[in-house]
Design a protein around this ligand. Structure first.
Ligand SMILES: [Mn+2]
Length: 350
């Protein structure tokens, strides 16, 4: 993984990259540090803890190690002076105010400007290699869910269910959780981002799991809602509506589709049945970050392209009654989409 040359083709200035996912994307290095890219040099600045790791992960990239009397900013300054560079582009959405102030004091006479969205644009279209990593993360995610199902039963708590699921993901090879696992049973299901609690799972409830594994730094994202024992017709109706909304949006995924039009397919359908009950976006891009470009929302004019990876996750949330969400992570292909989540979307009863 070495994309510094491609970055230079797209961005002509000297850049200080401090976003850890961007550093990984450009060089392969996953430790703590910064990356300086100038027209003639690419330099990872890190500390003693990561020296050997950096040599292993990013052999194509030059490395420099901070010392007691040599800070990151000292090293940046030397690089800029050596090359006669008077403007440095920084990631203004990442650098803290404190780090910015320290840097600008050190680099007196150098103009600090915000970098553009070169990395975001590079990262939004995934390579075959990246798609392979995301597919692997998703296959772990799906397998872990299947392995968990037989262990779910009324009487255990939401936290217990989360522990089983995360344990299964780890056993299936996940590097770590892509985000904090959401499990929500019964009335908690109306909270889209519910935190697992000590609530005991009971028969007659819907039970939602939103979770994902990671592989080579890439995230998976999937949500399934299952029934615990026999559920009421009201809850079945919610499930059927979300299922239909999910399938109609999913089947419309293809290059050329505008994200807000995709969002509208699910939203218009659910709004007719449950007005106001689907308040979040239809989905989002997935990659090194769990939420990244493209946004799949009612505001997004982004046009889908092959290589985009997005989620489709409509939901219905009814306070007091509960909720339901069904989510797959899908690849936009040349002629449509590839749904990489293999777990059934028919209502499962545990
Ligand atoms: Mn999601």
């Amino acid at each position: 993984m070495y994309r510094v040359d491609e970055f230079r083709r797209r961005f002509k200035g000297a850049a200080l990259i401090t976003d850890e996912k961007n550093i990984y994307y450009l060089t392969g290095f996953t430790g703590e540090g910064s990356l300086v890219i100038t027209p003639s040099r690419a330099l990872i600045i890190t500390d003693f803890r990561y020296v050997e790791q950096c040599q292993r992960q990013a052999p194509e990239t030059e490395m420099s190690c901070v010392q007691a009397n040599l800070t990151r900013d000292d090293i940046v300054k030397k690089v800029l002076i050596d090359e006669g560079i008077s403007e440095l582009f920084i990631e203004d959405n990442v650098l803290t105010v404190q780090a910015y102030n320290r840097l600008s004091q050190k680099l007196e006479g150098v103009k600090l400007s915000p970098i553009d969205d070169t990395c975001r644009k590079m990262r939004v279209v995934k390579s075959e290699e990246e798609l392979g990593y995301i597919a692997k993360a998703l296959s772990i995610t799906c397998q872990a869910f299947e392995n968990m199902l037989g262990q779910l039963k009324p009487g255990i708590t939401e936290k217990h269910a989360r522990a089983i699921l995360e344990h299964e993901m780890a056993l299936c090879g996940s590097e770590g959780n892509a985000f904090d696992t959401i499990v929500a049973s019964g009335a908690n299901g109306s909270l889209p981002h519910a935190v697992p609690s000590d609530k005991i799972i009971q028969s007659g409830e819907l039970f939602t799991f939103d979770f994902g594994a990671t592989w080579k730094g890439y995230c998976a994202d999937m949500t399934r809602t299952v029934a615990v024992g026999n559920i009421s017709d009201d809850l079945k109706k919610i499930y059927d509506a979300v299922y239909t909304a999910h399938m109609s949006a999913l089947e419309a995924v293809k290059p050329g589709m505008v994200c807000k039009d995709l969002d509208a397919i699910a939203r218009n359908y659910l709004e007719d049945i449950y007005p106001g009950a689907f308040g979040h976006s239809l989905g989002h891009g997935v990659g090194l970050n769990i939420h990244e470009s493209p946004a799949v929302s009612w505001r997004s004019d982004t046009v889908l392209e092959p290589g985009h990876v997005i989620t489709i996750e409509p939901g219905v949330y009814l306070p007091g009654l509960g909720g339901c969400r069904i989510e797959d992570t899908v690849f936009v292909t040349q002629d449509g989409y590839r749904d990489v989540c293999t777990v059934s979307k028919q209502l499962l009863v545990v």
